[in-house]
Design a protein around this ligand. Structure first.
Ligand code: C2O
Ligand code: CU
Length: 588
């Protein structure tokens, strides 16, 4: 765990808010002490059963350290790129980051990546009411497979909605035997050279079981508990590909949080966790356990081969030798539950950022029609457009400031082209709009169908559910009215309802509702890293030019506009950065 100077930074914010009226560049010299430091490097390490290979690590480990911050306080996290040949960013998955436009960690949208041997100070302020379970990961290439770690946002004052004795993180990752650069090159090759299926599902960095027909007896993580207690388990889907089904032997779960929002309690015997999703669940331990260890069993779903991993719920003393996988899986996990938890989770309390917008308030519906196109290179497209490393040439927000390669997205052009402006390749929206975003699955050129965990940066949306066929707004509204108000999420699943259909057949949808309130440039993308690299990403520009760019202008943003500009520190230079949340604090 990383230690933070809560009080100090709270006082600093308060003083600066009084002194500094407008955001301006401030040099982070030796007197500036960041709240946490993450150092990213590569090293040859071995994970699970697999031979050592070059792996991107955070503070020397994967996952990296767990960060704990409090809502309502500004934090500065210094991220060093200690790699000599790769760029880096850090994204704070699930944080809305509306107040710090260059600190969202998206290298093609919000900022130039951190060059080798440079560092960047990320500013973050989680609005009150959004305490919960998050994670951080690089947003460059395939680095997030290992360059990632838990980010827990605690309540500042208000006691937690639920009582528990202790909280524990259950952090899921994938392992591939190919290294990142081989995987990245293969995904954009023509024809496609696939990454391979995941070779193990890791829990807190460890895992063994079986994958792709091979047994792996590597040591397991142990979740240590005591009898008769209540634990809050924070499940984090930091996998790159795996849509996990998981359950504990002999213990049910009570879901209390989804993607940073408390829910009404919901009992379940198992969880499905897509990449990018988080749930907290209470686990009530037995008063008189029949044995000292119970397995947590995890399996991949919706892939051509099965990967099965394990961890251990341990009531006993710390073992002298590490736990290993069972010879037979103790559980039979269910097949994919389509629409898992849809219409079943409801908010714990009224949201702090406005009520669920009614159907009558919806001003516009944008349908993202997703499709896999094969013509030489295999790409994933949304409304005919992909978004890969080949576009844009510089980070989108940077281009808008510089007014060079990309013009500000045209609402008019977008309205006559299924929501996307074909020239700037962005989906524009206006502040005050209530959007319905419908993600519609279609048969690939080959007729195949796939599942996709869709994730939005910049804001959480009201999740309207999912279903087969195409979205029927009236029918779905009736279903919501009957089941109760939906929860806010930032990552939800687009399912498949068959393995195969015909090219272009519309089959399966997911719908979101969103009140557009924060100007900014935000990604909406599938969270399967392989699909992202194959084009499954969109960019949204919320607000007009003045709203997006007007808050902070030249000369203060100049350092953000060049690769390796003055906001990036290195061995011989302190960075000069804008303190964006100062004006944010003033306005609140
Ligand atoms: Cu965790 Cu853009 O995502
Ligand atoms: Cu996908």
């Amino acid at each position: 765990m990383v230690f933070f100077k809560h009080t100090l930074s709270a006082i600093c914010v308060f003083l600066l808010a009084l002194v500094v009226a407008d955001p301006q560049s401030i040099t982070h010299n030796e007197t500036f002490v960041p709240d946490a430091v993450l150092r990213v490097s590569t090293s040859n390490i071995s994970q699970s059963c697999y031979p050592s290979k070059s792996t991107v690590l955070v503070n020397g480990t994967s996952p990296g350290p767990e960060l704990r911050i409090k809502e309502g306080i500004t934090y500065w996290i210094r991220v060093y790129n200690d790699m000599t040949h790769q760029n880096l960013t850090m994204h704070w998955h699930g944080l809305t980051q509306a107040m710090a436009p260059f600190a969202d960690g998206t290298p093609q949208a919000s900022q130039w990546p951190i060059p080798p041997l440079h560092f960047f100070d990320y500013e973050m302020l989680v609005p009150i009411g959004m305490a919960g379970t998050y994670f951080y990961h690089s947003h460059v290439g395939f680095q997030a497979v290992s360059a990632t770690g838990p980010l827990i946002v605690e309540e500042d004052q208000v006691p937690c909605a639920y009582q528990y004795d202790e909280d524990k993180t259950v952090f899921l990752q994938d392992v591939f035997t190919k290294d990142d650069s081989t995987i990245e090159a293969g995904l954009v090759a023509s024809p496609l050279s696939w990454s391979g299926e995941t070779d193990m599902i890791l829990v807190n960095g460890k895992g063994g079981g079986s994958a792709n027909g091979t047994v792996c007896n590597a040591s397991l993580s142990s979740i240590n508990v005591q009898p008769g207690k209540t634990y809050r388990l924070r499940f984090i889907g930091a996998t790159t590909l795996t849509f996990a089904s998981l359950a504990f032997e002999g213990h049910d779960l009570e879901i209390i949080e989804a993607d940073g929002h408390y829910t009404q309690p919901h009992n379940t015997s198992f969880l499905q966790l897509g990449t990018g999703q988080r749930f907290s669940a209470l686990l009530h331990t037995k008063l008189n356990p029949e044995k000292s260890t119970y397995y947590l069993q995890l399996e991949s779903r919706e892939r051509p081969t099965l990967t099965r991993g394990f961890a251990v719920l341990n009531y006993g003393p710390k073992p002298s030798t590490p736990f290993t996988p069972p010879s037979q899986p103790p559980l039979t996990l269910p097949n994919t539950t389509l629409g898992f938890l849809d219409y079943e989770l409801h908010p714990f309390s009224a949201p702090t950022d406005g009520a669920f917008p009614t159907a009558q308030e919806v001003t516009r519906r944008v349908t993202l029609t997703v499709h896999q196109r094969v013509s030489g290179q295999t790409v994933w497209i949304q409304n005919q457009y992909d978004w890969t490393d080949a576009f844009p040439a510089e980070p989108y927000l940077v281009s808008l400031y510089k007014n060079d390669s990309i013009e500000f997205p045209s609402m008019q052009r977008a309205l006559s082209n299924n929501g996307i402006d074909p020239i700037s390749r962005a989906f524009p929206a206006q502040i005050g709009e209530v959007l319905e975003i419908v993600i519609q699955n279609t048969g690939a050129d080959s007729g195949g169908l796939d599942v996709h965990p869709y994730h939005a940066h910049g804001a959480h949306y009201w999740d309207l559910g999912s279903g087969n066929g195409s979205y029927d707004a009236a029918a779905n509204e009736a279903r919501i009215a009957a089941s109760g108000p939906p929860v806010q999420r930032d990552t939800t699943m687009l399912y498949r309802y068959a393995m195969k259909t015909t090219n272009g057949t519309v089959m399966g949808w997911r719908a979101w509702r969103l009140r557009v309130s924060q100007p900014g440039v935000w990604m909406v993308h599938c969270h399967i890293l392989q699909h992202m690299l194959m084009g499954m990403q969109t960019l949204w520009v919320m607000g007009n030019k003045t709203e997006v760019l007007g808050k902070v202008g030249y000369p203060d943003v100049a350092g953000y506009l060049q690769y390796g500009g003055s906001v990036y520190g290195n061995a011989s230079r302190w960075p000069s950065v804008v303190h964006f949340t100062d004006s944010w604090v003033d306005e609140q």
